[in-house]
Write a protein that binds this ligand. Sequence first.
Ligand SMILES: [Zn+2]
Length: 332
Amino acid sequence: MASKYKPSYRRQKTVLTASTKAVIVMLAVLVVTLAVFLIKSVMSQALKPDIVYPPESSDTDETPARTDTEASTDEAETAMPVRTVEDSRFDTKEGALVLVNRDNAYTLPSDAELLTLYDERHENFTLDNISVKLCAPAYDALCRMTDAYADRSGYCPLMLISGYRDGAEQTKYYEEYVINESDKAYVELPGFSDHHTGLAFDVRLYDKDGASYSYGRYATEKAKWLVENYKYYGFVIRYPANKESYTGISGESNHFRYVGLPHSVYMTDKGVCLEEYLQILRRHPYDDPLKIEVEHDEYLVWYCQGDVIVPRDGDYEVSGDNVGGFVVSVRK
Ligand SMILES: [Zn+2]
């Protein structure tokens, strides 16, 4: 019997041992969990000040520091290292910003590169006649613009009807077109024509099917991309409708003029004609340049009379204004 009891006791003892083990394991798990929790919370408490305070203090430390950096950048902008070049190195009659109007006569310098477009590549624009001529900077920009137009739309409807004219050609043109006194508002006097610059041309629109349209009237409908993008290729409409008091010419919406970047973007976006733009620039010497943004590029533009002040390092462009001054442009 005793032998029967024994195993039963042993069994009971074994059962008890098992449950004790289970309790111990549970307790151990609990203790470990608690310990992990405590360590985590102690760690987080201990880490908290390190995370919170330094950024707070670094915020206050950094804010003035950041302002200092900006200030020094601004200073660097206005205090761009410059050097002076004698104005005899440049010609006020050369450059994309020459001003020609009823008060300012112009003759193209004899060494200017004048191209007869009939002899040049012009696959993406058409010519009304074989005598259209342009100076190289205007022709190059015209090719870039019409190529981009054709790439985008398959066909560019721009037709050039007139480009460079010398004094004699302008006299002929004037005599042909000025019949009544009122016509004088639309035609420049010989010697005082924007066409003498070789940077200007008049256009029409010429459809694939051969139909021809007035640019001023149909541009938005038939050449929308051009209307929105000519400014990015250095062109402006030289005689906007509401600028007669400055230009002396009633609106001539089909007369393009190459003035170059970034000037074309500023003039078009701000709605100022060349006369107004040069007035604005005269208020901006090299140490207070006009800042112009063109997409992601920033340009600094300033005006010089007398000696020409240019950046000491890097590229820049200088254009005469045909009235005794120079415009310097720098892309940052
Ligand atoms: Zn014209």
